[in-house]
Write a protein that binds this ligand. Structure first.
Ligand SMILES: NC(=O)c1ccc[n+]([C@@H]2O[C@H](COP(=O)([O-])OP(=O)(O)OC[C@H]3O[C@@H](n4cnc5c(N)ncnc54)[C@H](OP(=O)(O)O)[C@@H]3O)[C@@H](O)[C@H]2O)c1
Length: 221
């Protein structure tokens, strides 16, 4: 496939890039700092907080699918997930590219957003500890970041594109296992960790699974 990978220098993004190249896909990597990547792929440089639409359109034009590992490196960058994803979506709409897979986060099903002001109080997949301790704690700690991800999810749902949202719990740098669990529209019971490598593998895998279109999918070890 012809794939465009955004944020290919991040934790998930690097895994997406490595696995996609190893699988023989024709990859375009969109990154803001070309010094950070030595892979022999087509590279498009773009800061997604202030992206030039023409550069993004040239990056996605002709792609079979777009994958994004975009997220803020620090709290000062909060907002980039929705802002950057909007720019990606607009570039896809302008060039007629339909398929996009992004990484969000496990608690987002219960985070209010403009399009979902009253989300369910608990994710149906979360157990007692997650509902009453871990989820409230992480939601308090990452409130703004999660609001940004919830907004990103809103704009994908509203995009008319063929989107898939993958919602991992805490990410690790452990090796690829391929033995993670997934569930449509909910988190996984006792699922508190998953490796970036496994998330990337799943993001690539859903490209061959049309039933994952317009789904938010929980993933965990
Ligand atoms: N960490 C967790 O445990 C966890 C858990 C659940 C969900 N998540 C979500 O998963 C996402 C991906 O995780 P990760 O560990 O792969 O993140 P990461 O390593 O921090 O990677 C973030 C990527 O976004 C890029 N980026 C940030 N701002 C940009 C901008 N203005 N223009 C272009 N690129 C920009 C970064 O580019 P540079 O390399 O140039 O900085 C980097 O490639 C997180 O952002 C978060 O939303 C994380």
């Amino acid at each position: 496939m012809k794939l465009t990978i955004f944020a290919a220098t991040g934790g998930v993004g690097r895994q997406l890039l490595t696995q996609a190249v190893a699988a023989g896909h024709d990859v375009t990597a969109v990154i803001r700092n070309p010094d950070k990547l030595s892979a022999r792929v087509r590279i498009v440089t773009a800061d997604l907080a202030a992206a030039d639409p023409a550069a993004l359109e040239s990056a996605v034009a002709g792609a079979d699918a777009v994958l994004s590992g975009l997220g803020p490196r620090s709290t000062s960058e909060t907002g980039v997930a929705s802002q950057g994803t909007l720019a990606i979506v607009q570039a896809m709409q302008a060039t007629g590219v339909r398929r996009i897979v992004v990484v969000s986060a496990a608690p987002i099903s219960t985070v209010p957003s403009p399009a979902r002001p009253k989300p369910p109080r608990h994710d149906p997949g979360d157990g007692f500890l997650m509902r009453h301790l871990l989820s409230p704690l992480t939601k308090a700690a990452f409130r703004q970041h999660y609001a940004d991800l919830a907004l990103m999810e809103d704009l994908l749902r509203d995009s008319g594109l063929d989107w898939t949202i993958v919602r991992p719990p805490r990410l690790t740098n452990k090796p690829l296992t391929g033995t993670y669990r997934t569930a449509y529209g909910r988190n996984l019971r006792r699922g508190i960790l998953v490796s970036r490598a496994d998330v990337a593998q799943y993001m690539l895998r859903v490209l061959e699974q049309p039933e994952t279109i317009k789904q938010a999918i929980g993933i965990a070890r």
